[in-house]
Write a protein of this length. Structure first.
Lengths: 401, 183
């Protein structure tokens, strides 16, 4: 039974780990202002320029990271439940090898639960942990990854052997009446004096599988648009705002971010810094060539939504400021105060993509204040926090090579 | 030379208690984990990180497991149960899984979503989402209600099937002698 849960986790956990590491790269932490973990050292060895193609990539990888993580909670708990007899093994270790392996299990279980707990609390904005989420979740993941890799290396042959020892098809045909305890095993996972069974093995699998499907079904809707979104009954960001053009998921409301509506009105100017500094008001921006694209907002918290954005190309603004698109990145600053993401850098590739916009309108209407009026960044495939709202200044710099 | 290596290998294996490769793999694991831990130190969050990490390692085995195991034992013994007089041929199928499954599923939802359901992060949530979390308690209760109702329905179906099968058994019994070879 442990082997079946182990197999599911062996398939699922690497996907969650990899999509998580991909999300770290998506933040382009090497660009100024994007770094949430400046002390990462060698752990950032694999970082690469985050692409703008395909537009749905981050929506997909981060949706999988969060929703698959939620789905696996039940399997993780079942796996921990199934190895409980090991907790009472006495003596705890008969050799140095066993003692060291048990120490690695502390990292494995601690790492797994730590990652699940911090992730799940973070998407609910319940910041009770005494540390910043980003470094803790990242370094915790590497500790877990190390322990997970050796655990798989040690246990894989055992898992295969034990999966082969019983016919899955026969187990699925065996009801409660035919359920017998397993023969004692060298690992001591089988209880010595098991109580009479109250649930068949297929019953346990249906139980855990059903729990996983329930977690999936009640949260996956937050990654979709249309009627399915309403199925996200228990997901923090699957909310319904109404039928209007600006009625889609808000993350960071204007008032909470200290955005004074007075500063977004007539006196608002967009400052372009570069070889030829320029100051533009909203009418001048609207007089520039407008482009419209359907682009998703995909948040690190797992939710996403696609909307139709209209605005000025970042590449056109770069040219206006005297920079050459493709050779310059941009540092974006917002009117917001106090937030961790009041500024962000976009790479030269992101600036040059024709679909990268300084958006002024959404779904045919002006942006609402909560969605970033008077202007916000929309970059294809960028993580949500890099689509800065309430933009006040764009500074174009030649890309350091 | 070769036998010397083999000898050392065997010596390490007996002293250590497993294949030396086992030791090598674990040392690699501890090296990577140790490096990640040094980044935690560099980030200046070691104490909080350590407390939460160790807490995470024991929360299931020492808190959740005793809680749900105890609840399960209590539910199986059912100290509140009324002793039913033996009611003829009708067999009451065991109730435990019809309680266990909806309770555990509802508990899992609460375990994962308690900050939303119990409105513990209300301020952060309203700042971020521009709505409040008031619907979540109702939604969780709704799902819990659906789970228990579905379970009760499944139990009723099972009971009905048991009744009809035991009735057909009692109807069959008197006929049995007739079909015997001596009849």
């Amino acid at each position: 039974m442990t082997s079946v849960f182990g197999l599911v986790l062996l398939l699922g956990i690497p996907i969650v780990l990899i999509t998580g590491l991909v999300s770290y790269a998506a933040y382009d932490p090497r660009l100024p202002g994007n770094e949430t973990t400046p002390e990462r050292g060698l752990l950032g060895f694999y970082l690469f320029d985050w692409p703008t193609h395909p537009v749905w990539l981050y929506r997909f990888t981060q949706g999988v990271h969060v929703v698959l993580g939620l789905t696996l909670v039940a399997v993780l708990l079942a796996k921990l439940w199934s190895v409980i007899p090991k907790l009472f093994a006495w003596p705890p270790a008969r050799s140095l090898a066993e003692a060291l392996e048990r120490a690695s299990l502390l990292l494995l279980v601690g790492g797994a639960v730590f990652e699940f707990v911090t992730g799940i609390l973070n998407i609910q904005l319940f910041y009770v942990f005494p540390f910043s989420f980003y470094p803790a979740h990242l370094y915790g993941a590497w500790i877990f990854l190390a322990a997970f890799a050796v655990h798989v290396a040690f246990k894989l042959p055992k898992m295969v052997r034990s999966l082969r020892s019983r016919s899955i098809r026969r187990e699925l045909r065996t009801g409660l009446d035919g359920t017998r305890p397993e023969p004692p095993d060298p690992d001591g996972l089988v209880p010595l004096r098991p109580a009479a069974p109250t649930m068949s093995r297929r019953g346990v699998f249906a139980f855990v599988g059903g729990a996983s499907l329930m977690m999936l079904g009640l949260s996956v809707g937050q990654t979709t648009d249309g009627p399915l979104r309403r199925t996200a009954l228990l997901a923090p960001h699957g909310r319904d705002y109404g039928p209007g053009p600006n009625d889609f998921q808000v993350n960071k409301a204007a008032t909470a971010m200290g955005v004074d509506p007075a500063t977004t009105g007539r006196d608002w100017r967009l400052e372009l810094a570069g070889p030829h500094p320029v100051l533009l008001d909203r009418a001048q921006l609207l007089a520039m060539p407008m482009h419209t694209y359907a682009l998703p907002i995909a948040c690190v918290e797992g939710w996403s939504t696609e909307q139709t954005w209209t605005g000025v190309r970042l590449a056109d603004l770069a040219r206006l400021a005297g920079a050459v698109p493709g050779t310059a990145d941009v540092f974006v600053e917002s009117l917001e105060r106090g937030g961790a993401f009041g500024q962000a850098s976009l790479s030269a590739g992101q600036v040059a993509d024709p679909r990268s916009l300084l958006a002024l309108r959404v779904n045919g209407a002006d942006l609402s204040l909560d969605h970033g009026f008077p202007a916000r960044i929309m970059v294809p495939n960028a993580p949500g926090v890099h689509n800065t709202k309430w933009v006040r200044k764009l500074s174009f710099h030649a890309t350091a090579s | 030379m070769l036998s010397g290596i083999r000898g050392t290998y065997r010596w390490v294996a007996t002293r250590y208690g497993a294949d030396p490769l086992h030791l090598l793999a674990l040392l690699a694991c501890f090296a990577l984990a140790g490096y990640a831990a040094s980044r935690v130190v560099a980030a200046g969050i070691l104490v909080g990180f350590l407390v939460w990490f160790v807490g995470a390692a024991i929360i299931h085995d020492l808190l959740l497991y005793p809680l749900y195991a105890l609840a399960d034992i209590v539910a199986q013994r059912r100290p509140w149960r009324r002793r039913r007089p033996p009611s003829g041929p009708v067999q009451w199928p065991p109730l435990i899984n019809y309680l266990r499954v909806p309770a555990a599923l509802s508990g899992l939802l609460l375990l994962v979503w308690f900050p939303l359901i119990l409105r513990l992060a209300e301020q952060n949530y309203e700042k971020s989402v521009a709505l409040d979390t008031s619907p979540y308690l109702g939604r969780w209760l709704l799902v819990t209600g659906v789970l228990f109702a579905g379970s009760a329905l499944a139990y009723a179906v099972r009971l009905r099937r048991n009744k009809s099968s035991s009735r057909s058994r009692t109807r069959l019994r008197p006929r049995a002698p007739r079909s015997s070879p001596s009849g």
